[in-house]
Design a protein. Structure first.
Length: 57
């Protein structure tokens, strides 16, 4: 049987975002950027509708 569990990284390795477990620092920043973009897009989608309601009154 092969070993199935991943080796837990040390605190320093986790902070540096080492590519030992297949996640390079660039990938980490990309993921957070995408998350921020999605958040922005959601808030933008809500804004125009609120503006239209004010104009109707």
């Amino acid at each position: 049987m092969t070993k199935r569990t991943k080796k837990k990284k040390s605190k320093a390795a986790r902070k540096s975002g080492s590519s030992k477990e297949g996640r390079s620092p660039s990938n980490k920043s990309k993921a957070s950027k995408v998350r921020k973009l999605i958040k922005l897009a959601k808030s933008r989608a809500r804004r125009p509708k609120a503006g239209k309601r004010k104009k109707r009154r």
